[in-house]
Design a protein around this ligand. Structure first.
Ligand SMILES: [Cu+2]
Length: 322
């Protein structure tokens, strides 16, 4: 029975890998029509600040996959025990010291372990020399991904990511199964809606406590909720803010918080909702699966599809399954 369990886990892992590769194929569609008027090459996107409004970088990648983009580089620096420190160097090679405030802060640091456990969202302090410091958010051993979400003054919003290893014995945690309800700190949070690859779709999160809807959510960083999505397999990063803002005369402080989200590809994602109530920030987590691979899956080809029919050349029905 042990073998069967392990095979099952392995198959799931393969499905995730295929899903990710498939997503990349869609993004870098070789059949995309060629623009008839050619770009003049050269500086490309680096000098056009109007081109993008979000964290998606000009390379067409989701945020957080690059450690260096548009001349800005994320560099962890040595720090005393119990502290995490880093800096961002700019196009001139010097540490950046001037940042715009976005959502109440100049720097948003998000960390998660590579197995998508241990998510934290913190706000470091900036020293005059450009070093950011924060009490370490890395809770335990393993491979962590740290995302710096910021806007350098005079530049565009960026999310850079870097791997950080915390030594020790790692117990990798399986990704929790998809669910539409979860509990955190005595709150129940439900999720309605499904993310769609390449298409904006609403996700509504509803907060209740002791069976009663929570109607007095507190603003946190200028919103009633912040939603971060990380893609399984590469931790592509997506940060979404809700429809409407506190004090705009139409947005209610719960129990519903609605986000318009667009995920970059099919695949599994872990969603992290930060909300504030009772003077504390709480984080509700969900696993969601985006897309309908069956609608798009290739019907022929050398590679078996993760959910497709059994490969004919194996000729042993039932082998490896159940
Ligand atoms: Cu933040």
């Amino acid at each position: 029975m042990n073998t069967v369990t392990r095979l099952g886990g392995f198959a799931l892992g393969l499905a995730a890998v295929f899903g990710a590769a498939y997503g990349i194929g869609r993004v870098a569609d070789p059949a995309a029509p060629v623009a008839e008027s050619r770009h003049d090459g050269g500086a490309a996107h680096a000098s056009d600040p109007t081109e993008q409004g979000g964290h998606d970088e000009a390379a067409g990648l989701p945020g957080g996959l690059l450690v260096s983009d548009r001349g800005y580089t994320l560099e962890p620096v040595a720090a005393p025990a119990g502290e995490f420190a880093f800096r961002v160097t700019g196009p001139d090679g010097q540490p950046v010291t001037r940042y715009d405030v976005a959502h109440d802060k100049r720097m948003h640091l998000i960390v998660a372990r590579r197995d998508l456990s241990g998510f934290r969202h913190v706000h470091p302090d900036l020293a005059p020399d450009g070093t950011w410091r924060v009490d370490t958010p890395l809770a335990g051993p393993g491979q962590w991904r740290a995302f710096a979400d910021f806007t350098p003054t005079g530049g565009e919003p960026l999310t850079l990511g870097v791997d950080v290893t915390v030594p020790g014995v790692l117990t990798e945690r399986p990704l929790p199964a998809p669910a539409t309800s979860t509990t955190v700190d005595g709150y129940t949070v439900t999720l309605a809606g499904e993310p769609q690859p390449g298409r904006t779709s609403p996700l509504t999160l509803t907060v209740s406590r002791d069976g009663q809807p929570v109607t007095d959510l507190e603003p946190y960083l200028g919103a009633y909720g912040h939603l971060v999505a990380l893609r399984r397999g590469d931790l592509a990063y997506l940060h979404v803010h809700p429809e409407g803002a506190p004090g705009d005369g139409r947005t209610r402080p719960g129990p519903d918080v609605t986000f318009l989200a667009e995920v970059p590809s099919v695949g599994s994602y872990r969603l992290y909702l930060d909300f504030r109530h009772g003077g504390r920030v709480h984080t509700a987590e969900f696993t969601v699966v985006a897309g309908s691979p069956t609608a798009d899956a290739p019907t022929t080809g050398a590679e078996p599809t993760p959910s497709g029919s059994a490969p004919a050349d194996h000729g042993t029905p039932g082998h490896g399954h159940n």
